[in-house]
Design a protein around this ligand. Structure first.
Ligand SMILES: Nc1ncnc2c1ncn2[C@@H]1O[C@H](COP(=O)(O)OP(=O)(O)OP(=O)(O)O)[C@@H](O)[C@H]1O
Length: 495
């Protein structure tokens, strides 16, 4: 009988062993004598590396380092009891400081403590994981290249986080991951700003600093105080004044109904008031909504038309003629308008620009209006004529010459496409999400100026009806009139 040896076959072929070959540092391959010769250089490099990293830790966590070193020194030289006593004393001093001088405490102590804590706990600890899971790292020849976490500044409403990108990375990659980064670092949103080549700053936003209306400042008295290159119309989210350039500029503000376009208009007029009173600035207005907006303070205007018909078109054509006439007078004498010309600076306000140049039924009127507005916008900057166009519908068919407005303002909008139409391509990716502006914060806007890469978020002053009455009285010198509500008992006069 022949015994048949049964060979058991393995169920599956074993997989090839997949491991990275260990990579030895290059210097281990050098001969011993070369290693000995190079050892002082290696030592110097090590000392340099340690010094730089220690300095970096001290730079990033100065308060923590000082406290730890002081605690160690006190503990070593004076003993634990003294240390405990001094610590308690320090806590009392801090509490008293907070109690007695809350403002200086909030300015000097809180941001530093918050910055160091958040840098360590939120960013440094989770950085590697978040970078890997967000696909922002790259592995090449077995080595992982990871973006470097730089300076962090925690300002309460936002954290500003500097990043050194890895080679071959573009800011757009970060912009594409902005939402993921915001969620990973427990922020409401994240914006990406380029600081310089290879360096970014992430704005991780925690809450909206523009949640409360910004009251108008006191009316200025002196026309000399009005700087047409820097008219303050509200506050930016960083707490700085929101300044608009009117001289040599045109402004297009777009927003849905109730977005607060009128507050922007009246904020501008509020700041121009002393110059209007002195005759140095002239307001010209067209309000196709029958005067619902400009009709609130008609006396502020040199000329105002309350429809989009022949009168409005005639006014626009007159202004276009004036622009050309001024340009003719200044030719060979001035490059730009100055007050010395004797001509007043003219601000043309068109509330609902679309009604004048797009929705007008009469084709001839529509075309004449569009031609005149284009003439004023294309030629009016140098001769001292500025157009402030307010608009609800930013489509190209409505305003085909948006590029003639160097300052574009996107207030609350409905769709992302509208934001792109107003601010231009790519601005939304830098954080200008005007479609996300809350309906509870009218007057908030994203502002993009030609030539500046970064958009700015700001809120216009809240100009109330009472403010308007005061403004009109200030400019005209008459006592402010309060118009009674139809059917209501006749009201008095406001001072
Ligand atoms: N900057 C602001 N701060 C606080 N509230 C504001 C601000 N701007 C506007 N509001 C409030 O929001 C409401 C709508 O504002 P506004 O009339 O300016 O919007 P609008 O964009 O001009 O609307 P429409 O296009 O319908 O005229 C008003 O009740 C006003 O009081």
């Amino acid at each position: 009988m022949i015994a048949v040896a049964r060979v058991r076959k393995p169920l599956a072929e074993p997989a090839a062993l997949e491991i990275n070959r260990p990579r030895l540092p290059w210097w281990t391959l050098l001969p011993l004598w070369a290693q000995l010769v190079l050892s002082p250089v290696a030592l110097a490099w090590l000392v340099g590396w340690l010094t730089v990293n220690t300095a970096r830790v001290v730079w990033r966590y100065p308060l923590t380092v000082v406290l730890l070193v002081a605690a160690w020194w006190l503990g070593a030289h004076l003993g634990r009891r003294w240390l405990l006593g001094i610590l308690l004393g320090a806590v009392v001093v801090v509490l008293v400081w907070r109690w007695r001088h809350r403002a200086s405490f909030a300015r000097f102590v809180v941001p530093q403590v918050r910055t160091e804590w958040r840098r360590f706990a939120v960013y440094a600890c989770g950085w590697r994981t978040v970078m890997r899971l967000s696909d922002l790292t790259k592995t090449s020849r077995g080595r992982e290249h990871r973006p470097v976490l730089g300076r962090v500044r925690a300002e309460g409403w936002r954290d500003r986080v500097r990043v050194r990108m890895i080679a071959g990375q573009a800011p757009q990659q970060w912009e594409n991951h902005a939402d993921g980064l915001a969620h990973s670092f427990k922020a409401n949103s994240c914006r990406v700003r380029v600081v310089k080549p290879g360096r970014l700053e992430l704005d991780l936003i925690h809450h909206d600093p523009l949640i409360h209306p910004v009251p108008v400042p006191a009316l200025a008295d002196d026309a000399m105080q009005v700087d047409l290159k820097r008219v303050t119309v509200g506050r930016t989210e960083t707490g700085k004044p929101w300044r608009l350039r009117l001289l040599g500029n045109h402004v297009l503000a777009v927003g849905v109904s109730g977005a607060g376009k009128a507050s922007l208009l009246w904020s501008i007029v509020w700041q121009l008031a002393p110059a209007i009173r002195a005759g140095k600035v002239r307001l010209v207005g067209i309000d196709p909504k029958g005067g619902m907006e400009l009709g609130q303070a008609p006396d502020l205007f040199h000329r105002v038309v309350f429809d989009n018909g022949p009168d409005a078109v005639a006014l626009l054509e007159e202004l276009a003629k004036d622009v050309k006439a001024r340009a003719g007078r200044y030719r060979g004498w001035l490059r730009n308008w100055t007050p010395e010309t004797g001509d007043p600076f003219t601000l043309l306000v068109v509330d609902e620009l679309a009604d004048v140049i797009a929705y007008q039924q009469d084709r001839q009127l529509r075309e004449r209006a569009a031609r005149a507005v284009q003439t004023i916008t294309s030629q009016g900057r140098a001769p001292g004529v500025c157009v402030l166009g307010l608009l609800q519908d930013p489509r190209k068919e409505v305003v085909g010459f948006r590029h003639l407005f160097p300052t574009k303002i996107a207030m609350r909008l409905d769709e992302t496409a509208q934001v792109d139409m107003v601010l231009g391509d790519g601005v939304r990716q830098r954080g200008a999400n005007a479609h996300e502006i809350s309906e509870h914060t009218p007057g908030v806007a994203w502002v993009k100026e030609d030539g500046k890469r970064e958009p700015v978020r700001a809120r216009a002053f809240h100009v109330t009806d009472h403010n308007l009455a005061v403004l009109e009285a200030h400019v005209t010198g008459r006592r402010a009139r309060v118009y009674p509500f139809p059917g209501a008992v006749e009201g008095g006069e406001a001072a």
